[in-house]
Design a protein around this ligand. Sequence first.
Ligand code: URA
Length: 237
Amino acid sequence: MAQMRLDKFLADMGIASRKELKQIIKSGRVCVNGAAVTQPEFKLEAESCTVTLDGRPLSYTRFHYYMMDKPTGILSVTEDKKQDTVLSLVTPEMRRMGLFPVGRLDKDTSGLLLLTDDGDFAHRVISPKSGVQKLYYARVDGRLDEKDIAAFDGGIVLKDGTQCLPAKLEIVGENECFVTVMEGKYHQVRRMLASRGAPVLELRRLSIGALRLDDSLGPGGFRELDQTEIQLVYNAT
Ligand code: URA
């Protein structure tokens, strides 16, 4: 089994900054298999060792996966000089993990956003080759009908001539619909609906593959995905 440094073990879990970690380890607060270890470079087997910090057991996870109910008005990037980003809403531990959003939701779009530090996972979810279905709820200014459903089914051509893959439009109210797409072009759902004379007033992502947004989170709320949920997303790729 591969060995890793104690400071890396703790850093991967976002326990503290690298500098703080050195101090924490040197002060004897970390035990490996019951014995205090004071060297940051100490090598251990992450999966089989018992590590405690101030007596509290830490179980190692290399990668982290969260869902967030992204509120409107927030950017889905890791940093911005002027505006709040989705990382402004999470804990300092999570910021230290190096989380980033899996794809983008527009500033004015709300709903399901995944955050992870696993680049391979993110790539698989975003890649158009994977064909992961994303479901959106939209409220629009305009009436949609059977012709629009057929146009989505055949692949919308956007106003600038861009051809989209076939998508599903479901009309659920006078000005409301669900849209399922398998790609993530810039402002795609807004542009698809605008091309049918129904500009979007409200857009919310409800699911990615079979993973649904946890409605109990509320705007800006987030929580870790469990193993079954991570698998649901993987299975869709
Ligand atoms: N399509 C859009 O137009 N906006 C989003 O945020 C996501 C999909």
